[in-house]
Write a protein that binds this ligand. Structure first.
Ligand code: UGA
Length: 439
């Protein structure tokens, strides 16, 4: 059993802390937000992540997981502190490091014995050195510490399973012994552990996210071409995916990537490249194609509804940036709602878990009780998030209650043949003219 502190109780901090506690360690999670810590102490989890709430309750009960706002308390016995605070986008796309700086200063001022500072927040290449420098300068008296980069590769919606079954763990440090000690924490996961230097570990994270985002933009570009040429991008992706050098993952064409990671990280990498005199043209294209992917929904709706969207009643099916989360950050659905509202459309949304948050972010958005309520009297439905529960809807009932049977499927959730059989005017992403014409 190791003694671990975790700074930041967002998606990354909570899942990291809870999983380490579940592996038998003593974990104290710190957050500067008192309200959040109060909620967590009462067993209430501020985010929706499948299985997390149960795992937190189990580990709190077992005495392995604690929550506090006090660095003094969290650092009293800690051998490691994982920094998992947010790194939002700054004005030029650069990562804003103010929370990392605050966490590093708090560690420096409150540590009472040597500690390993593990950076899990996604931070620009070079931040590990910067953190070490801040700690050194903020310590009341010199005390030994090491900085290790341990980038996060879990996905929201499957964070716990991803944490417990990683494809690899990447660790970077100036001091290989410190990296080895962090490796010890991960041995039970029985996975490949790659130990490298700080900057390389930080770059592995950006390169991985940027590559996955590139796969998505690539397939979205192919989808746009498929649409023009009458091919089916779904089958193209399957055909490509069997090639082991390509692989099937992240080749789902649709409205593009959203969330708190890909949009921010691709922009941050582009910014890093630019300010260091590199010319990141591929990353720019990835960002550009992703922007167009959202516009596809608007253009397709205009086309199917006769050009004008003023006073059209549009139902948006799914608001979260992807299924199994209530996270709305950079959600394509929210962008699409706003674009439609700007054209005068009356927009109603439905999402199994993200509606309250969406209403806070868009006060003109109407909310439906369920997908059937959403369809009632609608001129069109747009599928923005591929929640499982949308796959089994009674589509005939949906069609009968709509004013016009128009469905724009931004996540390729339904089968074009079946939708046409049911009498929908149906459009999916990159699924060729043969489908859009209904034969
Ligand atoms: C992503 C990475 O997958 C994680 O490895 C990483 O740890 C995390 O960012 C992070 O940096 O913290 P996440 O943002 O939770 O995880 O979500 P993903 O499942 O990767 O999906 C991102 C976006 O891409 C979603 O909007 C999703 O709808 C979209 N997507 C994904 C596609 O449009 N097509 C695909 O084929 C796959």
């Amino acid at each position: 059993m190791k003694n671990i502190a975790v700074a930041g109780t967002g998606y990354v901090g909570l899942s990291t802390g809870t999983c380490f506690a579940d592996m038998g360690n003593k974990v104290t999670c710190i957050d500067i937000n008192e309200e959040k810590i109060d909620m967590l102490r009462q067993g209430k989890v501020p985010i929706f992540e499948p299985g997390l709430s149960e795992m937190i309750v189990r580990n709190v009960k077992a005495g392995r997981l604690h929550f506090t706002t006090s660095y003094v308390e969290a650092l009293a016995d800690a051998e490691y502190i994982f920094i998992c605070v947010g790194t939002p986008s700054g004005v030029d796309g650069e990562a804003d490091l103010q929370y990392v700086r605050m966490a590093a200063q708090s560690v420096a001022q409150n540590m009472t014995k040597p500690i390993i500072v593990v950076n899990k927040s996604t931070v620009p290449v070079g931040t590990g050195d910067w953190v070490a420098d801040i700690i050194k300068r903020s310590q009341p008296q010199p005390m030994a510490f090491d900085v290790v980069s341990c980038p996060e590769f879990t996905r929201e919606g499957s964070a716990l399973t991803d944490f417990m079954n990683p494809d690899r763990v990447v660790l970077g440090s100036k001091n290989p012994e410190a990296a080895e000690k962090v490796a010890q924490l991960h041995l039970a996961l029985r996975t490949r552990i790659i130990i490298t230097d700080l900057r390389t570990a930080e770059m592995i994270k950006y390169a991985s996210n940027a590559f996955l985002a590139t796969k998505i933009s690539f397939i979205n570009e192919i989808a746009a071409i498929c649409e023009k040429l009458g091919a089916d991008v779904q089958e193209v992706a399957v055909g490509m995916g069997y090639d082991k050098r390509i692989g099937p993952a992240f080749l789902n064409a649709g409205l593009g990537y959203g969330g708190s990671c890909f949009p921010k990280d691709v922009k941050a990498l582009e910014h890093m490249a630019l300010v260091h005199g590199s010319h990141p043209s591929l990353l720019r294209a990835v960002i550009d194609i992703n922007r167009d992917a959202r516009r596809w929904a608007l253009l397709t709706l205009r086309e199917l509804l006769g050009g004008r969207l003023t006073d059209r009643r549009i139902g948006v099916l799914g608001l979260a940036f992807k299924p199994n989360t209530d996270d709305l950050r950079e959600s394509p659905a929210l962008d699409i709602c706003r674009m439609l509202q700007n054209e005068g459309a009356l927009v109603t949304g439905y999402d199994p878990v993200a509606m309250a948050g969406a209403a806070r972010m868009n006060s003109d958005l109407h909310l439906a009780e369920d997908p059937y309520d959403l369809a009632e009297g609608a001129d069109a439905l747009v599928v923005c998030t591929e929640w499982n529960e949308f796959k089994q809807l009674d589509l005939a009932r949906i069609k009968n209650s709509m004013l016009q049977p128009v469905v724009v499927d931004g996540r390729n959730l339904y089968e074009p043949d079946k939708m046409h059989e049911l009498g929908f005017q149906y459009r999916a992403v990159g699924r060729g003219a043969k489908y859009t014409n209904g034969h």
